[in-house]
Design a protein around this ligand. Structure first.
Ligand code: AMP
Length: 423
């Protein structure tokens, strides 16, 4: 079967790498892809948001399955467009993608399905939001309701900073229309984990747990980023906790989406805070996380193409996921200056030496080819991912690979997975 994968980040390189191992794969195309995905299939220069061109390409190239990586095309209805012409597409339709694309929708769904989340209120006018925030003396979390590339959340220990954040989102429109509605939430304390599951509208199949590292600096300091590294599994998620998350969060969401007339299929990603009172939802995403996908998929032994097809056909209860029991660690190498301004076009060396280390895969994210060289082309450049007998071993192996890779201004956190090692 020919497959079209949409996206160009580290997540998509990991998905392409895994799809390329499928026994049923014919040709793999990636739109637009990156130099890493080019080693797994053929990159096609079509933008992820150019739905018409993507559909034309799929029809002309006998595509049997489309796998969508990022959230923007999902929210815009790319899955509905493929299904309208009879092509299977892995991911939710636009109605169900609102679970991520509209945090106000997600909050209402959680409320009506009795799912535990941070207490929060939704505002459509800045004056109302301001009055509410000013009335509080506890820390607040301010969120743009729409898609803001993971940057639309401000955790404010001082409510006065919360008002400034609300003003930037609602009045200055720093995230455009994503800031038409605002969520003000209580700040939760605890350890964060990401739980990803395959969902086929009815059945839920959990993947192994993982943990991301959002802040730029060691010890979780500095501003939030798209994610500076991840490991899987996350020891904080015991079997009991996993059962509780399934029973109290995932099953009610999938039921709630059915009741709402927007059945859910694809990847359901729950970003959770494990508080003293139990798991609480911070957000839902409607696709694989980046960089959690890298350590999760390097551990998946089963055929990803087969699982994606089972999701599209509503027969997830017929597949079994098998996992490598060894833990995995992914360290993100970023351009100096990220998440602020950074330069592009820096030549990257040492990639092959790093890739040659046993049980290491270097996933490309923000890279491109210039005059025959691989050069930097984004904030997060590479996701250096390793398996190991223990988390400490996986970490050591990942950093050994990182240290082989050089580019001007390269930056990475040095403490990825330390939380798991301490446990
Ligand atoms: P979100 O995109 O909603 O997951 O938010 C991004 C990041 O902000 C999360 O990964 C958390 O680190 C933090 N965050 C979001 N909501 C809360 C909350 N209610 N309490 C504490 N931290 C939060």
């Amino acid at each position: 079967m020919n497959v079209l994968l949409i996206g160009s980040g580290g997540r998509e390189h990991a998905i392409a790498w895994k799809l390329a191992q499928s026994k049923d794969l014919g040709k793999l195309y990636i739109a637009p892809g990156n130099p890493g995905t080019a080693k797994c299939g053929k990159n096609i220069p079509i933008d992820v948001n150019d739905t018409d061109k993507l559909v034309d390409f799929a029809r002309e190239n006998n595509i049997g399955l489309v796998v969508v990586g990022p959230e923007d095309p999902l929210a815009a209805g790319v899955v509905d467009a493929f299904e309208a012409v009879g092509i299977k597409a892995f991911g939710p339709g636009a109605g169900a993608a609102k679970l991520e694309a509209d945090k106000a929708f997600a909050k209402q769904l959680m409320r009506s399905s009795a799912i535990s989340a941070a207490e929060g209120r939704i505002f459509e006018r800045f004056s109302d939001a301001k009055a509410y925030i000013a009335s509080r003396d506890e820390p607040v979390v301010i969120k743009a309701a729409g898609l803001a590339k993971g940057k639309g959340v401000f955790v404010c220990d001082d409510p006065a900073d919360g008002i400034l954040a609300a003003e930037k989102i609602m009045c200055d429109k720093i995230f455009g229309p994503a800031g038409d509605k605002l969520i003000v939430e209580d700040k939760l304390l605890g350890e964060e984990v990401s739980i990803l599951a395959f969902v086929d509208g009815r059945n839920i199949y959990l993947m192994e747990s993982s943990q991301d590292h959002k802040p730029i600096g060691d010890g979780d300091t500095g501003p939030n980023t798209g994610g500076m590294g991840a490991y899987s599994p996350a020891p904080v998620v015991t079997e009991d906790l996993m059962n509780r998350i399934t029973r109290e969060i995932l099953v009610p969401v999938v039921d709630g989406m059915n009741r709402n007339g927007t059945p859910y299929k694809g990847i359901l990603y729950a970003g959770l805070m494990i508080t003293a009172a139990g798991p609480r939802v911070l957000e839902f995403n409607v696709r694989f996380g980046d960089p959690e996908t890298q350590p999760i998929l390097i551990r998946l032994k089963s055929d990803l193409l087969e699982v994606c097809l089972a999701v599209c056909d509503g027969r997830l209860d017929k597949v079994t996921l098998e996992w490598d029991q060894r833990p995995a660690v992914c360290v993100v190498m970023a351009s100096g200056g990220y998440p602020g301004d950074y330069q592009k076009g820096k030549r990257i060396t040492g990639l092959n030496e790093a890739d040659r280390i046993e049980d290491v895969v270097v996933f490309h994210a923000g890279t491109t080819v210039k005059n025959g060289d691989i050069v930097t082309n984004g904030g997060r450049v590479l996701g250096v991912t390793a398996l190991g007998q223990t988390v400490a071993d996986a970490k050591a192996r990942a950093y050994r690979a990182v240290d082989k890779i050089k580019f001007d201004g390269a930056y990475c956190r040095r403490d990825i997975a330390d939380k798991a090692i301490k446990k």
